[in-house]
Design a protein around this ligand. Sequence first.
Ligand code: PLP
Length: 268
Amino acid sequence: MGATPPRALTIAGTDSGGGAGVHADCRTFFACGVHATTAVTAVTVQNSVGVSGFHEIPPEVVAAQIEAVVTDIGVTAAKTGMLASAPIIEAIAATIDKVGIGRDHKIPFVVDPVSASMHGDQLLADNALAGLKSLLFRRASLVTPNLDEVRLLTGIDVRRRDQMLDAAKAMFDFGPQWVLIKAGHLREDPECVDILYDGVAVIELPGPRFDVQHTHGSGDTLASSITSALAKGATMPAAVEFGKRFIVQAVRNAYPLGHGTGPVSNFW
Ligand code: PLP
């Protein structure tokens, strides 16, 4: 009999094509030696070409999944992905307070503010942005926006590397413990230098820039590899450095699938 491993929870939507969302998160948790648990927020109808529809799970069923997992199995870190609607965000905020997940509790909480797919399909209702800002960010140990999400959430349109810190400060004002601004969308920059900020320290995370087609699920995979390291007890800077190494390898090994965009890979 083996020992009980670290356990992580993803609160996110499914991807029927197996590339992103809950599927990417579970694959990443397994690849990192972490038991995967899930609270599904929405079932998407999706393939490599895009998202053609989704069905939201009732908020009370999302809350019940979180409670069932945490009160029995226990988790050592949690993350969010696609949250779909304002009522689902409200249910999550209330439930994580109840079960002790979040920046003021023992269980670290990573919020990936997913708003749309890379094909532009909307994954979060317009009226749910306010809930993300006022209810989830201040409960987060870490928020991980890309530059499109930064623009949507703060109005700051980052075009150059030297504007990244302004974005980090604006995100920090929403109340998370740490902010990771991802530079992936800064396409004219020859490198991909993400920054991690906690209101004081600015940690640069340099990495190569890949000119590749297949990057489906890359944001989810980065956030879930960071969550895996947190589940194993890493500090935030160490967890984010691990996540950066993990995603570079996953993008390097990305593979074609279907007629559109293939996923980043967790095959090792
Ligand atoms: N589908 C689901 C359920 C997701 O959670 C996400 C991202 O978080 C996506 C699709 C979009 O992934 P990508 O932007 O990598 O295509």
